[in-house]
Design a protein. Structure first.
Length: 283
């Protein structure tokens, strides 16, 4: 590719896989020179980007996970090199299974090649899978929720690009998984069984950190959009809890660093949507 049209580069820093010891360089995204043209933010706090005439459409989320190209061990960037020794036995034993399961969903995935949408989604699936090897002091549940949500977004892009290949169904599956994981992470944090303190950037996208309040909002939003519907009473109870949380953190106050304007706006919209469904169910 012409150097002027590059969208990524190989990092100068070398990474050694903590499991198989393979040495490799991360693919990093170039973001300057008009490569990324920010568009709207969705209700899921996902930043959309407009296609560039020069560079085409770029998907920053495809570059966020660090993946060993040999054994397919993956994690968020900062956790890759500090993977604890007591998790290595399980991770090594599970190598064949994680590669097989990833290839079952993403048969063309190949981490020796530049990232594309498929490799990006597969990398996030592997992050979701591999945080099962991490202990609770790494806040694995919320990181799995974030990886699952981001995978769902990339699968949305794949569904738009390649209709009829069931990527839309997979996107819904990953978002339902994210719904469970976000709410499970909040429950664990509030019950004291797993802290969120190891999560330094809650995202959920790469351009802003919406912090803990953003995670609370997403737990409620994902519950509303993708939560179980087979038990109306249980759904009403879950939405009632989400409504009270949203009211508590977004009901009053102006935009601030901890409550950016888009988060307040979407929080109030979510409150109204939940309230409407609960009122309709009472009629």
């Amino acid at each position: 590719m012409d150097g002027d049209l590059k969208i990524s580069y190989q990092s100068k820093e070398e990474f050694a896989c903590p499991l198989c010891k393979t040495v490799f360089r991360r693919e990093e995204l170039l973001s300057g020179s008009g490569r990324l043209i920010a568009g709207q933010i969705t209700d899921e706090l996902h930043r959309l980007y407009e296609p560039s005439v020069k560079y085409g459409t770029i998907y920053p989320l495809a570059y966020q996970a660090t993946v060993c190209p040999e054994c397919w061990f993956a994690s968020m960037d900062k956790d890759f090199t500090v993977f604890p020794k007591d998790g290595k036995g399980k991770a090594l034993e599970d190598q064949e299974n994680r590669i097989k399961s990833a290839r079952l969903i993403f048969p063309s995935a190949d981490f020796t090649k530049p990232r594309d949408l498929v490799n990006g989604a597969a990398s996030l699936y592997l992050v979701l899978h591999c945080y099962d090897y991490y202990p609770k002091d790494f806040s694995p549940t919320i990181k799995q929720g974030l990886a699952s949500l981001r995978a769902g977004w990339l699968l949305d892009e794949l569904a738009a690009k390649y209709p009829g290949h069931h990527y839309d169904w997979l996107a819904q599956l990953f978002k339902r998984k994210a719904q469970f994981l976000y709410n499970e992470a909040i429950y664990k944090e509030q019950s004291g069984t797993e802290t969120l303190s190891a999560m330094k950037n809650f995202g959920p996208d790469t351009d802003k950190n919406y912090a803990y309040e953003g995670a609370l909002y997403l737990a409620g939003l994902l519950q509303f959009k993708y939560g179980p519907r087979d038990d109306p009473a249980a759904r009403a109870d879950a939405l009632g809890n989400a409504k009270r949380t949203i009211a508590k953190i977004f009901g009053l106050g102006k935009s601030s660093k901890s409550k950016p304007g888009p988060l307040l706006e979407h929080g109030r919209e979510l409150y109204d949507r939940i309230n409407q469904e609960l009122n309709e169910s009472d009629e």
